[in-house]
Design a protein around this ligand. Structure first.
Ligand SMILES: [Ca+2]
Length: 82
C-alpha cells in the first residue's frame, strides 16, 4: 500500500514500496479517505490519461485496461477541513 499525504506525487518511479521495485505502473486498487480527492494519471507529471476519485471510495482497477498497473503520478487534495 502506498500512503499519499497531502501532496503531489508526480513521479512514482521514485517512490519505493517496502518489497522493492517502485510504485510506477504497479497500482491496481485505490482507497480514498473521507476528505480526500485524488487524481491519478497514467504518465508522470500528471500526463496521459487522468481520472478523479472522490472521498471514501475503493476503486478496483483490476479490470480497467486504461489504468490498471499504469498509474505513474498521483495528486491528493483534501476537500474539507476536519
Ligand atoms: Ca505509466
Amino acid at each position: 500500500m502506498v500512503m499519499v499525504s497531502d501532496q503531489k506525487q508526480s513521479y512514482l518511479p521514485g517512490l519505493y514500496p517496502p518489497e522493492g521495485g517502485t510504485w510506477n505502473d504497479r497500482i491496481s486498487c485505490i482507497e480514498t479517505g473521507p476528505w480526500a480527492n485524488v487524481t491519478v494519471c497514467t504518465d508522470v507529471n500528471f500526463k496521459g490519461q487522468c481520472m478523479k476519485i472522490g472521498g471514501n471510495q475503493v476503486v478496483d482497477l483490476t479490470n480497467n485496461s486504461t489504468y490498471n498497473n499504469k498509474i505513474s503520478s498521483i495528486w491528493k487534495q483534501t476537500s474539507r477541513k476536519r
